[in-house]
Structures are given as structure tokens and as C-alpha cells.
Design a protein around this ligand. Structure first.
Ligand code: BTN
Length: 244
């Protein structure tokens, strides 16, 4: 089921309220908004956009995975968005775990939240589509599809195609119980694959070479002649181009 809203605080928050009010069905629920008054980004940041210029939606579902493994679906959503943009001849890369970049600038962010009590997860997606400029503080690190291609994006058909790919990818991940069926595709899309990255670990920053992901979606970083697995919840990773 899809609910289309003009204005809301945050599509993720809206779905959390739906869950609290008892929506606990196995059916996937999708909510879109033209404008969010308190859009949320990762790491407690806000996600601010102009009305109608961004495709914003959240998906609430009950994954056939343990709550621990649900973070894999964030990577799956990144791949689904990438595939849908690819179908429009827009070649994006993934900045692990789930930002999409176009010409080395961010065009899509994903915020996944789990509801432990019900086993539901909410995957919120924001795609910079039709902005004709970026605010000064973002213009070095973010861009939009319009700015890069001169083409306006039809939000409804892009959303339909993302959901189509997400459902197909999710099926294969459920069947395997991990990301093994999509790992190669994900690694081919990684912006930092085989390049130097800086891991911003709260216990100490270090440099290494990105070697891909494991079957659970942890980033494999080679440093000091050994491979370390980086879990997305704990650290962020910066590549050689600043933002990417
Ligand atoms: C990030 O890159 O920091 C994640 C951004 C996620 C933004 C989307 S927009 C739809 C959904 N609702 C929110 O409040 N946030 C996500």
C-alpha cells in the first residue's frame, strides 16, 4: 500500500506512529511526501529540502531476517535505487554503506530504523532529483539529477521502479539469508573499491584499502597487512575525494 502525503514532519516518523498505532501487518507500507518539516538524516543530522524537488519515501516492512541482519536491507535499497537510476541511463556509485553518488557528489541518502518490539524496519530514502542548485554548504558534496543531466525526474515512475528492484533483490537475499547473491553487483558499484579509504573509528582513525563487503554487508578494509571488517553502525568511511 502507498500513502502519498503533501507535508509531514518525516516519513520515517509517520511510519513509526503507524506502527505504534497497531499497523503490524506483513504487507509492506510505503509513504511518500512532497515536503518534510523535520526530515531526518543519519547520525542525528537533519535532511532539509525544498518542496517537490526531492523524491522522499519510507518503506515499512517485516523482514524475513533477524533484527541483527536487517541492516543488510539498507544496502539492498541502495542497490535498488542504483538499478532504477541505471534504467534511466544514470550511472551512480555507492558510497558504503548506502549513499549514492553521481560525479563524486551525493544524490541519495538512506536512513534505516528498526522497531525492536514489532520486528519491523523502516527504510527512508531521499533522492536529490529536481533541485536546480544546492545550498552553499552542500554544493561541494551534493548534487541533483537535474543539475547533472539537465533532465527532470518523474517521481512516480522512479519510485515504482525502485520498489520493483527492491522486491526482486530482497527475494534473493531472503532465499540466501545473506547478501551473497548481490555481493558482486554491490562491489562493482562501490566508489572506493580497491582504493584508499580512511576509517573514522571512534577508537582511532586509520587508513586502508577497501576490499569490498562480506556476505553481511560489513566493509572489508585491508590495513597493516590484515583485513578488518567495519560495521556501519560504528564508524564512517571517507575516500580519497573528500566526501566520497
Ligand atoms: C542521510 O543520508 O543522512 C539519510 C537521509 C535520509 C532522508 C530520507 S527522506 C525520507 C525519509 N524520511 C526522513 O526523515 N529521512 C528519510
Amino acid at each position: 500500500m502507498i500513502i502519498n502525503l503533501d507535508e509531514i514532519d518525516s516519513t520515517n516518523e509517520y511510519l513509526k506512529r503507524m506502527s505504534k498505532d497497531g499497523w503490524n501487518s506483513d504487507e509492506t507500507l510505503i509513504v511518500t511526501a512532497q515536503y518534510q518539516t523535520s526530515g531526518k538524516g543519519r547520525r542525528g543530522r537533519s535532511w532539509v529540502t525544498q518542496p517537490g524537488t526531492t523524491l522522499m519515501f519510507s518503506v515499512m516492512m517485516k523482514p524475513k531476517l533477524t533484527l541483527n541482519d536487517c541492516s543488510m536491507l539498507t544496502l539492498v535499497m541502495a542497490l535498488a535505487v542504483r538499478r532504477a537510476l541505471c534504467d534511466m541511463d544514470i550511472e551512480t556509485k555507492i558510497k558504503w554503506p548506502n549513499d549514492l553518488v553521481l560525479n563524486k557528489k551525493k544524490i541519495c541518502g538512506i536512513l534505516t530504523e528498526a522497531i525492536a518490539e514489532t520486528g519491523q524496519i523502516i527504510i527512508g530514502v531521499g533522492i536529490n532529483t529536481n533541485q536546480d542548485s544546492m545550498p552553499d554548504d552542500l554544493k561541494d558534496s551534493a548534487t541533483s539529477i537535474l543539475m547533472e543531466t539537465d533532465d527532470c525526474v518523474d517521481h512516480d515512475s522512479l519510485l515504482d521502479n525502485i520498489i520493483y528492484h527492491f522486491e526482486k533483490l530482497t527475494e534473493s537475499v531472503y532465499e540466501a539469508g545473506d547478501l551473497s547473491p548481490v555481493r558482486e553487483e554491490y562491489e562493482e558499484s562501490l566508489v572506493s573499491m580497491n582504493s584508499k579509504v580512511t576509517v573514522l573509528d571512534p577508537n582511532g582513525e586509520y587508513d586502508g584499502i577497501c576490499k569490498g563487503i562480506d556476505d553481511k554487508g560489513q566493509l572489508i578494509v585491508e590495513h597493516d597487512d590484515k583485513e578488518t571488517k567495519v560495521y556501519a553502525g560504528e564508524v564512517s568511511v571517507r575516500g580519497i575525494y573528500g566526501y566520497v
